[in-house]
Design a protein around this ligand. Structure first.
Ligand code: ADP
Ligand code: MG
Length: 848
C-alpha cells in the first residue's frame, strides 16, 4: 500500500485487527461483499473468482444476494469467514458504519444452507487438566452440547475421531504430542479461556443455574473447562447466538460397543471405502428414517451400539410392536413424514433467524404430535412410553402460528404479505386503505367534479407532489377557494386539498407501515415460539429415536429380517445370515445366505480358507455387521439369530486391500494388529481378513499363526480369520476350539464355480490361475503359469509319488517355523470329480 489510507481503508484495517487473524473478512460495500489483500488472493482461489486491483490493492467480491453459496464454499474449504455488515444508512460525505456481525466457520454455519442435513456439524474443544483429557462438543444447528472425560489419551482420541468435529480448539499453551488422526488441525486459542474458574462461571451464567449439578457433569472438571472454552469461543469469538443452548450433558453415560477407526472404516458403517460410492454403507442400507433428525440419530447409533442387554431389548421391543400391527407403522410413518427438521428449525427460531416459512414449517411439524403421542402410548413398551412422555404437543403455539401466518408465506421477513387477513386490526385498516385507495380516489374525483361542476377535473399522481387535482386553464374560474395551488403548467393548474393529502399519506404510508407492522407482529410470534425452545428440543430428540426405530421396522419388513435373541452367554448363532448391504445392491448376483456358530467352548475361532473371490471377506464382515446391528437394536438379515453382547468389535483388513493411506502398509497392518491384541477381551469379536500379507511369506505366516494362537489361548476372543495361508488350518488339529471352514467352489470342465457356501473343513487350493483367467489374463500367460505350477508341484511328491500331505502335520503344534514345502500348492481331491487333475480346466466361465 502506498500513501495515506482512505477513511474506509482505515476502517477496514481496524476491523481486520479485531477478528482472528486467519479469518477472511467479507466487507460489505453496497451490493457486494469485498475481500482485500491476502484475503482476496485466498478467496479468489477457493471461489474461482477473478482477482482485480484498485489503486494497487488486490480485491475480489461476491454479490450480496448470492453470498450464501460462496460462504458455504469457503466454510467447506475449512475457512473462517467474518461477515462485516453496514450498520448505518449511507449519507453523503460520511463513511458508513460497519461491524462484524458473525464469523462463520466449518463448525459454525448459522443461516447457511447446509450440504449434509443428515450429519451433525460439531465444534469441539479439547484440554488436558489434572490428569484427565476433557473434551466438549457442540452442534450449534441442533443445540447438542456434551462433555466427556478420559484418563487415557488413546480412548480420548478414539472418541474424538468418532465425533469427528469439523472444527476444534485447544489452548495455545498445550503442546500436544499427537493429534487424533484424520481430523483437521486444531485452532489454538488464548489459554485463559480454558481456566476452570472462568469456564464454570461462564456456564453457570449461561444456563442460569447456581451449579451444574443438575446436568450430571459437575465432577468433570476437565470436560467442563473444555465446555466453557467452547461456549466462549462460539459466543465471543465467533459472535454466534447461543441462546438456544439449554442444556449440557455428559457424553456416553451408558457404555457403548467400542470400535476403532479402522473397524468403522472397514465395515463401511457410515462412509464407503470407495469415495465415489455411497450406497455401500450400512447407514445407507438401514436408513429408512423419515426425518433429518432421525437420519442423524441413526448415524450416531451405528457408531455407538449399545452394550446393555436391557437397553438393546427395549429398542427391539418397539420395533417388534411396530411390526405386530401394520396399522402402527403406517400411522407412525404418516406422522413422521409431516415433521421437518425440528431441531434446526427451533434453533433458527431461538436465534431470531427463522423466516415466516420456517414458522409455518414449525406449525406443520407440531400438528401430528398429539396423535404420535397417543400412538406411543398404545404401543405397550416402556421405551415408547418414554417417547410419549417426552413428546410435548403444543396446540396453543400451533394455533397461534396458524391463525397469524398465511399458508404459503414468503421467505422475506420485511416485505409484508406474511399475516393472515383479519389477524391484526391495524394491519387490516392499512391493507384496506391500500386496497381501497384507488376506489376512494375515484370516488373523490367524482365528488369534486360534481361539487365544482368541472367535468374534466382529474386526480393524478407523481413522484414529486404525490396526489394532486388537475384543472385545465379553461375552468380556472370554477376552482373553489379550498384548493391550494401547487404548480402551474402551460394549459393546466395543479392543486391539493388537506383531505387529499391526508389520504395520500394514508395510502403511501400504508405500504411501508404494513411491512413494518407485519415484521413486528412476525417477530412477536417468533418470540412466542422461542419460549418453547426446550420442550421442542426434547420432543425432537424423542422423535429422532423413534424415527430410527420405525426405520428399523420398515427395513425388517422389506428385507425379511429377524429379531435377534440377545444373550449374555457368549453364543453367536446365525442361520441363513446375509450381508445387509450386498444383498440390497442392484445388479449383484443372488445372495447366498450362510450360517455362523461361535461359542465359548467348541468353536471360538474360525479359520476360513478359500480361493480369491470366493466370498471370505464378505462372510466375515457380514457376521460383524449382524452382531453390530443387533446391538443397535435393529432386526438382522437372517432366518434366526442368537447374538451375545460384545464389548468391542475389531476388524483388520489385509494390507493389499487398504492402500489408500500414506504409511507403509505393513506398518499400518501391524499397528492395527497390535491395537487388537492389546485391547481385545474375551467379550470381543475379532475379524481378521488376511494378516501378514505385507511381508515375506514366512514372516507373514509366522505372525498370522502367532496372532491366531494368542487370540485363542490368551485373549479368548471370538475370532473369524480369513486367510490365504492354508497352513493355518493346522491350528484346528491342535486347538480344541478352533474350527476350519472354507468357501465351497466347484470345478467343472476347467471352470471354477463359486458356490458362496461356507462349509466345514479346510482347503489347500487357491484356484489362483482360474481366477486369473476370469480376470482376463492373456491365454499365453495362463498356459505358462499352469506349466510352472505343474513343475513346482511335481517336486512336492514324496518317494512313492504321492502328494506330500503328511509333511504338513509334522511339528506344527510345537510352534516350529512352518517348513517351506507347506507354502507351495498341494493338489487335493477334486470336490466333484474323482481323479481329475487340475490343469485340464477348460475355458468356460463360471456362473453360467
Ligand atoms: P474373497 O474375500 O474370498 O476374495 P469376497 O468376499 O471379496 O471374496 O467376495 C467376492 C465377491 O463375491 C463379492 O464382491 C460378492 O459380489 C460376491 N459374493 C461374496 N459372497 C457372496 C454371497 N454369499 N452371495 C452372493 N455373492 C457373494
Ligand atoms: Mg478378501
Amino acid at each position: 500500500m502506498s500513501g495515506k489510507l482512505t477513511p474506509m481503508m482505515e476502517q477496514y484495517q481496524r476491523i481486520k485487527r479485531e477478528i482472528p487473524s486467519d479469518a477472511l473478512l467479507l466487507f460489505r460495500l453496497g451490493d457486494f461483499y469485498e475481500m482485500f489483500f491476502e484475503d482476496a488472493r485466498r478467496g479468489a482461489e477457493i471461489l474461482n473468482l477473478t482477482l482485480t486491483k484498485r489503486n494497487g490493492t488486490p480485491m475480489c467480491g461476491v454479490p450480496y444476494h448470492a453470498a450464501q453459496g460462496y460462504m458455504s464454499k469457503l466454510v467447506d474449504a475449512g475457512c473462517r469467514v467474518a461477515l462485516c455488515e453496514q450498520t448505518s444508512e449511507p449519507k453523503p460525505g460520511q463513511i458508513v458504519e460497519r461491524e462484524v456481525t458473525q464469523i462463520l466457520s466449518p463448525g459454525c454455519t448459522a443461516g447457511l444452507e447446509l450440504t449434509a442435513p443428515d450429519q451433525n456439524r460439531f465444534l469441539a474443544a479439547l484440554t488436558f487438566q489434572s490428569g484427565q483429557y476433557g473434551f466438549a462438543f457442540l452442534d450449534l444447528t441442533t443445540a447438542e452440547f456434551q462433555v466427556a472425560e478420559y484418563e487415557d489419551w488413546a480412548d480420548c482420541a478414539e472418541e474424538f475421531q468418532r465425533i469427528r468435529p469439523r472444527e476444534w480448539i485447544v489452548s495455545e499453551d498445550w503442546e500436544m504430542e499427537a493429534y487424533p488422526e484424520g481430523l483437521s488441525r486444531p485452532l489454538p486459542v488464548d489459554g485463559w479461556i480454558f481456566e476452570p474458574a472462568q469456564a464454570q462461571l461462564l456456564l453457570t451464567e449461561h444456563f442460569k443455574v447456581q451449579s451444574l449439578d443438575g446436568f450430571g457433569c459437575e465432577d468433570m472438571a476437565a470436560g467442563l473447562s473444555a465446555a466453557g472454552a467452547l461456549l466462549y469461543y462460539a459466543r465471543d469469538i465467533l459472535r454466534s447466538n447461543v441462546g438456544h443452548l439449554k442444556r449440557i450433558r455428559p457424553h456416553q453415560m451408558e457404555e457403548v460397543l467400542i470400535m476403532d477407526a479402522a473397524t468403522r472404516r472397514n465395515l463401511e458403517l457410515v462412509d464407503s471405502l470407495t469415495a465415489s460410492k455411497s450406497n455401500t454403507t450400512l447407514l445407507k442400507a438401514l436408513d429408512k428414517t423419515a426425518t433429518a433428525m432421525g437420519a442423524r440419530q441413526l448415524r450416531r447409533w451405528l457408531l455407538a451400539p449399545l452394550r446393555q442387554r436391557e437397553s438393546i431389548c427395549a429398542r427391539q421391543l418397539v420395533v417388534a410392536r411396530l411390526l405386530e400391527e401394520i396399522d402402527f407403522l403406517d400411522r407412525l410413518s404418516e406422522g413422521l413424514k409431516q415433521i421437518r427438521d425440528l431441531e434446526r428449525l427451533i434453533t433458527r427460531v431461538s436465534q431470531g433467524s427463522a423466516n415466516p416459512r420456517d414458522l409455518k414449517s414449525l406449525q406443520f411439524s407440531l400438528q401430528p404430535l398429539e396423535s404420535l403421542k397417543e400412538l406411543a402410548l398404545e404401543l405397550d413398551s416402556p421405551l415408547a412410553k418414554d417417547f410419549a412422555e417426552r413428546i410435548q404437543p403444543l396446540p396453543g403455539l400451533e394455533k397461534i402460528i396458524s391463525e397469524a401466518i398465511i399458508d404459503e408465506p414468503p421467505v422475506a421477513t420485511k416485505e409484508g404479505g406474511i399475516l393472515q387477513d383479519g389477524f391484526d386490526p391495524e394491519v387490516e385498516t392499512l391493507r384496506s386503505a391500500m386496497r381501497d385507495g384507488k376506489a376512494w380516489l375515484a370516488e373523490l374525483q367524482k365528488k369534486e367534479q360534481e361539487s365544482t361542476g368541472i367535468k374534466s377535473l382529474k386526480i393524478r399522481f407523481n413522484q414529486v407532489f404525490g396526489y394532486y387535482i388537475e384543472v385545465t386553464k379553461s375552468h380556472l374560474d370554477q376552482v373553489p377557494e379550498r384548493y391550494h395551488r401547487k404548480q402551474t403548467l402551460a394549459n393546466a393548474e395543479r392543486y391539493i386539498t388537506p383531505e387529499l393529502k391526508e389520504m395520500e399519506s394514508k395510502i403511501l404510508g400504508a405500504e411501508e407501515r404494513v411491512k413494518q407492522l407485519e415484521y413486528e407482529r412476525f417477530q412477536e410470534i417468533r418470540d412466542q415460539a422461542a419460549a418453547y425452545t426446550e420442550s421442542i428440543q426434547e420432543t425432537a430428540r424423542a422423535l429422532a429415536e423413534w424415527d430410527v426405530l420405525a426405520g428399523f421396522a420398515v427395513v425388517a419388513r422389506l428385507h425379511h429380517y429377524c429379531r435377534p435373541d440377545i444373550n449374555t452367554s457368549g453364543k453367536l448363532a446365525v442361520e441363513d445370515g446375509r450381508h445387509p448391504v450386498l444383498e440390497q445392491l442392484e445388479g449383484a448376483e443372488r445372495f447366498v445366505p450362510n450360517d455362523v456358530h461361535l461359542n465359548e467352548e467348541e468353536c471360538r475361532c474360525v479359520i476360513l480358507t478359500g480361493p480369491n473371490m470366493a466370498g471370505k471377506s464378505t462372510y466375515i464382515r457380514q457376521v460383524a455387521l449382524i452382531a453390530l446391528m443387533a446391538q443397535v437394536g435393529s432386526y438382522v438379515p437372517a432366518a434366526s439369530a442368537e447374538v451375545p453382547v460384545f464389548d468391542r468389535i475389531f476388524t483388520r483388513v489385509g494390507a493389499s486391500d487398504d492402500l489408500s493411506r500414506g504409511q507403509s502398509t505393513f506398518m499400518v497392518e501391524m499397528n492395527e494388529t497390535a491395537n487388537i491384541l492389546n485391547n481385545a477381551t474375551s467379550q470381543s469379536l475379532v475379524i481378521l481378513d488376511e494378516i501378514g500379507r505385507g511381508t515375506s511369506t514366512f514372516d507373514g505366516l509366522s505372525i498370522a499363526w502367532a496372532v491366531a494362537e494368542h487370540l485363542y489361548s490368551e485373549i479368548k476372543a471370538k475370532t473369524l480369520f480369513a486367510t490365504h495361508y492354508h497352513e493355518l488350518t493346522e491350528l484346528a488339529a491342535i486347538l480344541k476350539g478352533v474350527k476350519n471352514y472354507n468357501v465351497a467352489v466347484r470345478e467343472w470342465h476347467d471352470q471354477v464355480i463359486f458356490l458362496r457356501k461356507i462349509v466345514p473343513g479346510g482347503t489347500d487350493k487357491s484356484y489362483g490361475i482360474q481366477v486369473a483367467r476370469l480376470a482376463g489374463l492373456p491365454k499365453d500367460v495362463i498356459e505358462r503359469s499352469k506349466e510352472i505350477l505343474r513343475n513346482l508341484e511335481e517336486q512336492e511328491l514324496d518317494a512313492s509319488g504321492k502328494p506330500h500331505l503328511a509333511a504338513h502335520r509334522v511339528g506344527v503344534g510345537k510352534k516350529r517355523r512352518p517348513r517351506q514345502k507347506k507354502i507351495k500348492e498341494v493338489p487335493q481331491m477334486d470336490l466333484f470329480r474323482q481323479g481329475a487333475s487340475r490343469g485340464q480346466v477348460s475355458e468356460v466361465r463360471s456362473q453360467e
